[in-house]
Write a protein that binds this ligand. Sequence first.
Ligand SMILES: Cc1cc2nc3c(=O)[nH]c(=O)nc-3n(C[C@H](O)[C@H](O)[C@H](O)COP(=O)(O)O)c2cc1C
Length: 402
Amino acid sequence: MNRNQAETSSSSTSAYHGFAPLKIRGRSVLPIVQGGMGVGISAHRLAGSVAREGAVGTIASIDLRHHHADLTAACKADPSRETLEQANLTALAREIRSARALSEGRGMIAVNVMKAVSAHADYVRVACEEGADAIVMGAGLPLDLPDLTAGHDIALIPILSDSRGVNLVLKKWMKKGRLPDAIVIEHPAHAGGHLGVTDVADMNNERFEFARVLEELEAVFATLGIARSDVPVIVGGGINSHEAVRAWLTAGANGVQIGTPFAVTEEGDAHPEFKRVLAEATPEDIVEFVSVTGLPARAVKTPWLMRYLRNEDRIRTKIGARKQTCPTALECLSVCGLRDGIEKFGHFCIDTRLAAALRGDVGNGLFFRGREKLPFGAAIRSVRELIELLLTGTTKTAAAGC
Ligand SMILES: Cc1cc2nc3c(=O)[nH]c(=O)nc-3n(C[C@H](O)[C@H](O)[C@H](O)COP(=O)(O)O)c2cc1C
């Protein structure tokens, strides 16, 4: 057995899997990254449980106050923007500490920050101050991330979709004397939540194919004088089986990022109804639409979303170009189709809808989901079983069931 192929010593997932560890900023972890999922879908319980197994657990930083009764009460008593923002920063700090305690020092705790969120710099600051191991930034180009984290020893991981985006970020960051500690390549045709394309019609473009990106990145790294081994590449979107994990790790990826299958685990931080809706959705139940961020997004066709999409044209014509007061006072996005009256963007309050989904309100929530079938079908299983299945093709429990 090759030393690189030995089971990573940090792992408590007992089964031997034979994959090389993912090495990020000097740490060796299992080659599995649990993607950040807001609002509150991946908080401390999910991220800490994934890290405890020796993999990368990611807390989605956006709007975590919903998990803290005292903070939601304070926000109700004083619904001002300052109180809401402070509550979210306090909640993020608490979630990082709890995830770290749960992880028992294994794996890595990452914090996902969306560039499109107005408080992104504050979330980055709290992640650094609370000693998160990594910041994973998507939904916009993270060009200022090295400046925002200067002086902190923290891994920086941009989320991009094609080699062009990687080339751009590498060039800008190299001028600042920094390389990403890893890069996530997310496929817009498969992933859940916001997608890295400006137009839904573009999501099947060949430039997003993992095999093509992996090949093109060899040339990008060579041109910039970077050794391929210096920047691990993690692919994500639709990876839902041991065969898919094996295929991409064999094809040159150093890790895989997985979202929806983790959202529906026992340890997932959302309400059981949220997990049920995602787990029971069939391919026909999933739809792409334009979000208030202006980016396309993918979600389950739940009653509110179907109602909204039926009326989308009418809403756009009637109030699309009219500015509105932010319904929550949080002003969560730097640019919001509803608040700023941008006609071709979505027109709904994303924060309200995602928070409703988190608490399992099937009638009113927005339920982000990836496009593919789930590894355990509609069954809700533990983080450990999921990681075991992805790495080895079986789980002890599943085998006993057979
Ligand atoms: C419910 C849900 C919420 C998500 N929220 C975020 C988010 O806040 N930030 C982000 O960068 N990606 C987000 N994503 C994307 C995931 O992190 C992950 O990259 C993606 O879902 C991978 O595809 P998969 O679900 O097919 O595994 C979200 C995905 C889901 C399903």
